[in-house]
Design a protein around this ligand. Structure first.
Ligand code: EPZ
Length: 418
């Protein structure tokens, strides 16, 4: 298993480019199952979760070719509409094939995901939505089986809680349903909008993506399309925090600044200087002291839960007490104990963490527990005195492409060792 060895203390300087969004690419890949024609996707990040999804699509019957950064998918026939436990347990987003498979093949068998490091994360809302669309769903042996032999029919679906992949899954099911589907209390994340754009290029009729009410007129079939995935806002945010936490001057390029608006506001309140040198770049400079600023995670356009851990690392270096409230997942503070081992002063009480700073961090051996927690430990290590060894970096490889090379190019002393 690979580890990162990081020697902290260098201020990061220079440009750091971002990749295409993992969380946009995953549903886009699944959407290719909705048509027999080829779908070509550009800017797909080369990260482990994407490889897992590609494997799943091949198992289902799709042809997947990766060339020059583009992924070409062709699902001429659905051979086996199943997502096995072996894949779902490594990546919960596998449940994104549920909607497309029922819509296209009239049948899907998908393993239930079970618990995960950041909380229970059930998929009851995906199931509820599909039932509203007329699928019959049964659960046995850890799998759910959904059947709709005569096809799905449009319906009104009200999510009683906002769910990102749930909205995406239902959108993909509804595009081939008979009649109109209205999704209410839908997720407004940029990744949902990106998926809608791709589906529209494939011939779907969708209005309102990016708002909380999405209207879909089902069509009989979809065709091929070519689409470029949006920039990864979480990767961008992670590098922005890297600039601020190291007292550096980092320009993150190839991103959509609007998508990181909530983080920009927090960085500015904390005393960092944030400017926009170009249409798709954002510069973060932190020359003076940082101030503590409270933060609560929310659905988009609020502060992303996927940046909460990185923000906590930043607050260990800020003057005062910051209260961080996690409202999306019930167990997403695992990084706090690891940061405490590096000298941070953090108290966790249920959904709330209190971070008192600034504290001089010192390098230590720490363990990455999930994707974003690992990123936050890298950030903490960049300012810690001495050497930090981060174990289990396979978590970080799920969602960041070559993060160590990107950070090293900006002056970080970080190395991957086997
Ligand atoms: C997506 O997960 C992202 N994953 C997550 O990214 C992200 O943290 C999360 O949205 C929130 O922004 C992908 O896009 C592939 P949810 P998702 O359904 O869709 C509860 C990362 O680090 N819920 O919006 O699975 C759920 O337990 C990750 O890249 C139900 O109760 O999250 C959670 O508390 C990890 N029933 C809340 O809703 C359901 O059926 C929001 O989850 C579905 C969700």
């Amino acid at each position: 298993m690979d580890k990162f060895v990081i020697n902290g203390g260098n201020a990061l300087r220079g440009e750091i480019p971002v990749n295409g969004s993992k969380n946009s690419a995953l549903p886009a890949l699944a959407a290719a199952l909705l048509t027999a024609e080829p779908v070509t996707l550009h800017r797909i990040p080369r990260v482990r979760d994407i490889r897992t999804m590609q494997r799943l699509l091949v198992d289902v019957g799709a042809k997947v070719d990766v060339e020059d950064g583009a992924v070409r998918l062709e699902a001429a026939k659905i051979v086996s509409p199943e997502a096995p436990y072996e894949l779902v347990k490594t990546m919960r987003a596998s449940s994104l094939v549920l909607g497309p498979l029922v819509a296209r093949a009239g049948r899907a068998r998908v393993s239930l995901p079970g618990g995960c490091a950041i909380g229970a994360r059930p998929i009851n809302l995906h199931i509820f939505g599909l039932e509203q669309l007329g699928a019959r769903i049964e659960q046995s042996h850890g799998y759910i089986e959904a059947v709709a032999p005569d096809g799905l029919r449009g319906a009104s679906v009200h999510f009683d809680r906002i769910t990102v992949t749930g909205t995406e899954d239902l959108m993909m099911a509804a595009v081939l349903a008979k009649g109109e589907t209205v999704l209410r209390n839908a997720a407004r994340e940029p990744e949902v909008m990106d998926l809608a754009e791709l589906l529209i290029k494939m011939g779907a009729k969708i209005e309102g993506a990016g708002t909380s009410t999405i209207r879909i007129q089902g069509v009989a079939e979809l065709g091929g399309a070519e689409h470029t995935i949006i920039a990864d806002r979480i990767e961008a945010g992670t590098f922005m925090v890297a600039g601020a936490i190291t007292g550096g001057d980092v320009t993150v390029t190839g991103c959509n600044v609007e998508h990181v608006g909530a983080l920009v506001a927090k960085l500015q309140q904390a005393g960092a200087e944030v400017t926009q040198p170009g249409a798709d770049s954002v510069r973060v400079r932190a020359t003076g002291k940082l101030r503590s600023v409270d933060m609560t995670t929310e659905e988009y356009p609020g502060f992303a839960t996927d940046l909460q851990a990185q923000y906590m690392a930043l607050m260990t270096q800020a003057e005062g007490i910051a209260i961080i409230v996690e409202t999306i997942f019930e167990n997403r503070f695992m990084h706090a104990q690891e940061m405490a081992r590096m000298g941070a002063n953090i108290r966790v009480d249920g959904k709330q963490a209190m971070v008192a700073g600034p504290r001089a961090l010192s390098g230590a051996g720490v363990i990455a527990s999930d994707l974003r927690a690992s990123a936050s430990l890298v950030l903490a290590a960049l300012v810690a005195k001495g050497e930090t060894v981060i174990d289990r970096v396979y978590h970080i490889d799920r969602g960041y492409e070559k993060i160590e090379q990107k950070l090293a190019a900006a002056g970080a002393r970080i190395e991957r060792v086997e």
